[in-house]
Design a protein around this ligand. Structure first.
Ligand SMILES: [Fe+2]
Ligand SMILES: [Fe+2]
Length: 209
């Protein structure tokens, strides 16, 4: 393990003090869910998963203007990004905030899990998949779609599955999550993120095998 329990406990307290209670409750529940899923899929990466969960929404409470300013300062093509949903900016800015404020946690696997937690992407790593799903189905989520996906994932008892069944079950669950998000964005007439479309296409192809 890269991070000790004491380091993660200290990070949790720093995070608690840096955001609203509402956001912290969600963050702490994502940590628990990421660890629960991680026990089944990546027991050697629980420290990375816990820290990534604690850090995934660190910039969520900044205004869109503050997010854009951070992205511009980091040299990102803001004009291109403005075509996308502002809801996805915080996943990009969180990476810069981690490098600046929590450099001791700046491991590649953690940063990419944070970076892709809202959109997913093609060929996701195991940490990217787990943080994406944990953020969708954490116990603080009460929306119908989230409750349904949580039940879909756990009611199938992935803990009793063979390794290959369990892997397919994770992909299938993420696919339903992506379909649900993309469908509602289309319904609202909102832009969709190309990374989510790539993630969906990639998983559909993997499940065909
Ligand atoms: Fe988020
Ligand atoms: Fe979140």
């Amino acid at each position: 393990m890269r991070f000790s329990d004491a380091q993660i406990d200290a990070l949790r307290e720093r995070i608690r003090g840096s955001m609203s209670d509402y956001r912290f409750i969600h963050t702490a529940e994502v940590e628990k869910m990421a660890a629960r899923i991680g026990e089944l899929y990546a027991p050697d990466k629980l420290d990375i998963l816990r820290a990534a969960a604690l850090l995934h929404d660190v910039t969520k409470e900044l205004t869109p203007d503050e997010q854009i300013e951070m992205l511009r300062a980091a040299g990102e093509d803001v004009a291109a990004l403005e075509l996308a949903s502002h809801k996805t900016f915080h996943a990009r800015t969180a990476v810069y905030a981690i490098l600046r404020d929590h450099p001791e946690f700046a491991y590649e696997e953690l940063l990419s899990a944070v970076r892709y937690h809202t959109t997913g992407r093609a060929d996701m790593s195991i940490c990217e998949k787990i943080i994406f799903l944990a953020d969708y189905i954490d116990m603080s989520r009460k929306f119908d779609d989230c409750v349904k996906l949580r039940n879909y994932f756990w009611d199938a008892h992935p803990e009793n599955m063979s390794e290959s069944e369990r892997e397919r079950h994770l992909l299938q669950t993420i696919l339903i999550g992506l379909d649900t998000t993309l469908s509602s964005l289309i319904e609202e007439g909102a832009p969709t993120d190309p990374d989510s479309v790539s993630a969906r296409n990639f998983i559909i192809n993997q499940l065909k095998k």
